[in-house]
Structures are given as C-alpha cells and as structure tokens.
Design a protein around this ligand. Structure first.
Ligand SMILES: [Zn+2]
Length: 212
C-alpha cells in the first residue's frame, strides 16, 4: 500500500543543501503522492505520473515541492495547507527556500487549501505537524494493524527521531519539539523527510553514501 518511490537521504554538506527528500506513493481508494521531491528526482516522479490521482505537499521547501509543474496538464488536486500558503506569501521575497519556481507555476495548478484535519481516502488522513514550517502537514495512514506517519520534515531523519532536543532549521523550535514528542508516542511506522523508514523505533534500511 505504501511505496517510498524516492528514499530521502540524511546528508548535509558543509555549504548549501543536499535536499534529497522522500517521495511516497500510497495506493488506497485513490493513489496519493506525498511530496514531489527536488529536481534531481524528476525522472522518477515522471515515471509514476499516470498512476497518481492527487498530490499532497508537506511544505513549500524546494526539496519537497519541485516537479509540481509536471501536474499542470493533469489538473489533479494538489493539497497544501492554507497556513503554508500564507507563510509563503509573507516570506517569498526573503527566503531562498521558497524560490521563484513555485511563484511561476502556482496559479496553473489545481491547489486545494487545507485548514483542518482532512480525510483524503479510506485509510489516509491529512494532519497538521507544525514547527518545521508554519503550515507543515503530514499523512496518517492506517495500514493493517499499523498506524503509519508520512512525516515530511516533522521528523527529518533517524538521528532527528532519536534526539529529543534536535529541531534542525525549524521556524518554530518549540512547536517542532512538541510535535516530535506526539509523533514518537503515536506511530508504529514513520517515514522521515530525509531518511528511510523507521519501524517501531528502529531504522529500516541503512543507506550508504556512494561516490560518483
Ligand atoms: Zn524543509
């Protein structure tokens, strides 16, 4: 039911941003893509295009919402939190993460603004996981007996998961840490924004950095 079509990568270079985030396809009563990744995974997203009924964007950082232009022609619903869009409009001139790409395409997309918990399909719900950004959302999935969270950057990596005090580049550190506490208590399986899956508190797959 849940397929991590791109596994995020927990790597941070000394300068700039590596930005390899998780993109996940859920097959339920409809097929839902959670995050469209960075430009570096464009060909992967493209190969799944005909399979996708709607898209949910966790937040408007470039490494989670690039490739959205691939969905202009399809006109399928793109769910983004209303708060995230307000925050985007307030900050777009001085935040390099909210780049001009989104400004060029946003009016051509079928964006549905979410301002409350939203049942997206039989087993999938959009929930608010605030802190990393002001309008960050995640997907809660009931998969058999497991309660699963597609976390986006509300849990960035396994290291972030185990370190109760880390908040990375959260705009609201207190909210981020409060959200993390709730997530750790509630979910059996977590897909972090920049790592492979965490199952019952343990890392699923250890990834290695390969050289070119
Ligand atoms: Zn982010």
């Amino acid at each position: 039911m849940i397929e991590q079509i791109v596994s995020g990568f927990p790597y941070k270079p000394e300068k700039g941003c590596f930005g390899f985030s998780s993109c996940i396809l859920i097959r339920d009563s409809k097929n839902i893509l959670f995050d469209t990744g960075g430009y570096n995974v464009r060909s992967v997203i493209k190969s799944y295009l005909n399979d996708i009924d709607c898209v949910v964007i966790s937040h408007l950082h470039f490494d989670h919402c690039s490739n959205l232009d691939l969905f202009i022609e399809k006109k399928i619903p793109i769910y983004i939190s209303a708060k995230e869009l307000i925050s985007y409009n307030e900050n777009k001139d001085n935040d390099s993460d909210l780049f001009s790409y989104f400004e060029c395409i946003k009016d051509k997309l079928n964006i549905i603004e979410i301002d409350n918990v939203f049942q997206l399909s039989n087993k999938v719900k959009i929930i608010f996981t605030l802190g990393h950004t002001n309008g960050h959302i995640s997907l809660e999935v009931v998969d058999g007996s497991n309660l699963v969270l597609l976390a986006g950057d509300s849990i960035k990596s396994y290291n972030d998961y185990i370190d109760t005090n880390s908040y990375g580049n959260a705009v609201n550190p207190k909210k981020y840490l409060d959200t993390k506490k709730i997530i750790k208590k509630k979910y059996d399986i977590i897909y972090p924004g920049h790592d492979s899956v965490i199952i019952n508190g343990k890392r699923g797959i250890q990834m290695e950095l390969r050289q070119f």
